[in-house]
Design a protein around this ligand. Structure first.
Ligand code: G3P
Length: 314
């Protein structure tokens, strides 16, 4: 894992704030202790996954894409609209990203206006590039031009499919409200191409736990991180680079880290300086769990049975 930085000034300021926030004065309400922490969004278009996470206070935003819409059961635009509006209503006023599917400037603007008209909390998701990969006759700058045009129209954008810090910079320059670096896909790519040894055992972060839905990666930790691969933390390094760049130049575009595979990437990303993490529901559903938490909890409950007589009255 990359070096964790903590400044002495930061630690000092935190302790000063603690005394103000965790007040002991009678009658004074507790301020929230992590008001400036990164926010967590759910990366899904499935209402039944979003609702319990939102009601539990785990998320305050949602990101979708055409693949997630399809997975949520949408088969036509009417259904995309219905799904989107129900999520927007539930989340209001928190942001919900809806992705453009058109590929040319005029049509993308028209579609963006349509998506933005569905609810006040819609954020229009715009792929930064790849237009010529779809059709070599397309304009390679379409995404950036659309982001700029939407900024001029006061429509919030989430510029997506970001894989390096210069793409992040150009998206911010165009006026993106959010940028979505895909750290998981980048880590997958590096993993495949690094030919690292997959055997666990060479990292403090490895514990034996269950696999993800596809059965190819551990959920709580990752064999990739455990493997000691040269570029094992390439995804979080990307977030760290963007964070340093945006901090140095006071760029207000929010870094919305995306494409998570496991909790190790989540914690690395929190350390790397992301503003928001959009995390798939199967990972979010386990935020409170850990195999050792389960083990400890079972023991506490078992041991507390010794007190199962009349509760002491104060
Ligand atoms: O928000 C972007 C995300 O949905 C991409 O995730 O898992 O397809 O790499 P994934």
């Amino acid at each position: 894992m990359f070096d964790v930085q903590q400044t002495k000034a930061g630690a000092h300021n935190r302790r000063v704030r603690m005394a103000e926030v965790n007040t002991t004065a009678k009658g004074k309400k507790l301020a929230h202790p992590s008001a400036r922490a990164p926010r967590i969004f759910a990366d899904t278009a499935t209402y039944s996954e979003i609702e319990p996470l939102y009601k539990a206070g785990i998320i305050n935003g949602v990101t979708t894409n055409p693949s997630l819409m399809k997975k949520a059961g949408a088969k036509n635009w009417d259904q995309v609209k219905e799904i989107s509006q129900s999520i927007c209503k539930l989340l209001d006023p928190n942001p919900v990203s809806l992705e453009l599917t058109e590929l040319t400037f005029d049509k993308m603007l028209e579609q963006a206006e349509m998506l933005a008209s569905w609810a006040d909390n819609v954020v229009v998701k715009v792929p930064i590039g790849g237009y010529q990969a779809v059709d070599p006759s397309f304009d390679p700058y379409t995404g950036l031009k659309v982001v700029r045009a939407l900024w001029e129209r006061d429509i919030k954008t989430n510029c997506t499919l970001i894989f390096n810090s210069t793409q992040a910079f150009w998206a911010a320059n165009a006026g993106a409200t959010y940028i979505s670096p895909f750290l998981g896909r980048l880590a997958d790519y590096a993993y495949k191409n690094d030919e690292v040894e997959k055997a666990p055992g060479n990292s403090l972060y490895y514990i034996d736990d269950h696999k993800n839905e596809k059965g190819d990666q551990n959920v709580f930790n990752t064999e990739f991180v455990a493997s000691g691969g040269k570029r094992k933390d390439i995804g979080s390094r990307l977030i760290n680079e963007i964070s340093a760049m945006f901090t140095n130049y006071d760029i207000h575009t929010e870094i919305l880290a995306a494409s998570f595979r496991n909790f190790t990437q989540v914690s690395e990303c929190l350390l790397a300086g992301a503003d928001i993490l959009t995390v798939p529901a199967p990972i979010l559903e386990k935020v409170a769990d850990h195999p050792l938490t389960d083990e400890g909890m079972v023991r506490f409950v078992e041991d507390s049975k010794v007190f199962d007589n009349e509760p002491a009255m104060a």
